[in-house]
Design a protein around this ligand. Sequence first.
Ligand code: C2O
Ligand code: CU
Ligand code: CU
Length: 432
Amino acid sequence: VAADGTRVFALDARAGATEFTAGVESDTWGFNGGYLGPTLVADRGEQVRIDVTNSLETATTVHWHGMHLPAAMDGGPHQMVEPDASWSPAWRIDQPAATLWYHPHPHGETESHVARGLAGLFLLHDEAERALGLPGEYGVDDVPVIVQDAGFSRDGEREDPQRGYAGGLGDELIVNGTRHPYFDVTDALVRLRLLNASTARTYAFTWSDGRPIELIATDGGLLEASVALDHVRLSPGERAEVLVRMTPGETVMLQSRMTPEIAGLVPAVAATNGGTDAFDVLELRAAGDLEPGASVPARLVEIVDFDAADVATTRHFELGDGFEINGEAMDPGRIDETVTVNTLERWIVENRNAVPHSFHVHDVQFRVASIDGAPPPPEMAGWKDTIFTEPETTYELLMRFDDYADPSTPYMYHCHLLWHEDQGMMGQFAVV
Ligand code: C2O
Ligand code: CU
Ligand code: CU
């Protein structure tokens, strides 16, 4: 923390090596290390500054996914950091407690920069969350679970996987950069912060013993109440916080068990695009005696609905064939939409493809008002910045672009299947 109260972080993007397999090094990139980056933690109301340096031999960016901040601080393709250069975005945190993340966003290169290892978590806390007494001891009962898929050669070196419609799908999972991970549980109640940091793969998280998965938060913060689900589906870029109650000595496996139905794919396409894949994700091993752990109130936070009567502008976004939105591929020199600051917007996102996409909007957390005219399920009723958009389905999103106007610097909306984004499935909006 600097003298003026600013919380300062340092991130250095660099090339390195990682031993995913004992004794076998793979070339990787990381922030401040060989793979992934440190978890950044800040409080609502704090002023933050991140001193980003680029020690790679190629230009990159760092984007703060899910963060409400000025466009010039967003770290999109217009804020490139050249090799040996630095960049110090700063802003005031003003949004609810949430599991956000950061990753590069260089135009046309995002998939490869993320796949090499450039990604990390950015956790926000606030008073309302603290008052709930949720598990909050980082690495003890509040545990980051960054899920990625990867390909490995026979001798254990990481290699780029084959591409399906969504992009590269690795045939193994790594969690926080670790193959075959497990976690030693010492508290009866554990909070897992799941981030799908994969470039293309969508997961359906479940427990191996069939217990329901208890969801408490989505991309932009806590739900009004926890929901017990059969599975939690996360497409690339999405996050979920889940609670799990352990008994002394027990072992349970977090798994992903995808089905064509959950994947939104017809069986023939699903079979070759990850739509039938099952994986072990993370094993939890409880100690013989456990700390009692918190008891979580039935009500978590209050989420005030937007009033649709306040909508100032309705826009349509058609995810069409090819890698286009509204019939156009991304052009960094074109601003597609101009939004008026401090007004409520309705974005109608229609997936007209036979395959799903993952739709993400910068700067805001939005609410899903309806899906094909029906209210969203509870897991989509909270704050979201990225959604899995099923084929032939229409999503009505409500969002406000508050505080920051900048006619010359756009934000992005795009498919978060990173290969699609790189191919141009992205547009730009300016807030004026
Ligand atoms: Cu997570 Cu525009 O990105
Ligand atoms: Cu983003
Ligand atoms: Cu897509």
